[in-house]
Design a protein around this ligand. Structure first.
Ligand SMILES: [Mg+2]
Length: 201
């Protein structure tokens, strides 16, 4: 019997679409692609996720590394959290699951300052019964330890859990621990997928 539903945040509960966001500032698609690979898909960004550096420090490191992009980097770091808008369909599902007696958890690679930001903005985050945020615990998905932490801290039975994420590699690690999984993409009907796993919704 399923009792616990575990949610990733980025692109499951909150939109995180840097391409779309950067198009507000430039129509140079090559620059956008390059910027994303230099900044968001970088080692420095992973350190942010892992909570080993602050956003301020990361910004400095990026500017030092890519001085020609200084202005764009400053603009990006000023504005980027605004792209973290709720995926309303899934927020609605959170309320329903909660009303139907399920426990809700967060398991997310998320920068701690950004989590503080969304927590101040969106009261629905109080629906969650527990959370493991990479920036807090200094471990990131797909490292096994972060999944084990969630199970241990909240005393969960893996067989009673479903984990929803938009990254396949993060799901396969959870399945190794006997947690059921749902891959969420923009084509996923989450309600249907939850029903397939016998969730009452
Ligand atoms: Mg995600």
């Amino acid at each position: 019997m399923i009792r616990n539903i575990i949610f990733d945040l980025g692109n499951v509960i909150f939109n995180f679409k840097p391409e779309k966001f950067l198009r507000r500032y430039t129509n140079d698609e090559i620059y956008i692609k390059d910027f994303i690979s230099k900044v968001i898909r970088s080692e420095i960004w992973l350190k942010l996720d892992r909570g080993t550096i602050s956003i301020k420090k990361a910004e400095e490191e990026f500017i030092e590394k890519f001085p020609e992009d200084r202005n764009f980097i400053l603009m990006f770091f000023e504005e980027w959290m605004k792209m973290l808008t709720p995926i309303q369909e899934n927020v609605k599902i959170l309320y329903e699951l909660k009303a139907n007696g399920y426990k809700l958890y967060i398991l997310s690679n998320f920068i701690i300052e950004a989590f503080d930001y969304v927590q101040n903005q969106y009261s629905f985050l109080t629906l969650f019964d527990g959370k493991i945020i990479s920036g807090n615990v200094k471990v990131i998905k797909p490292e096994l330890e972060i999944y084990q932490m969630l199970i241990k801290i909240y005393n969960l039975v893996p067989e009673e859990c479903i984990f929803i994420d938009d990254v396949l590699a993060f799901l396969s690690r959870a399945r190794r621990l006997n947690i059921k999984t749902i891959l969420f993409t923009q084509d996923t009907n989450l309600r249907t997928e939850l029903r397939k796993l016998k969730v009452n919704i």
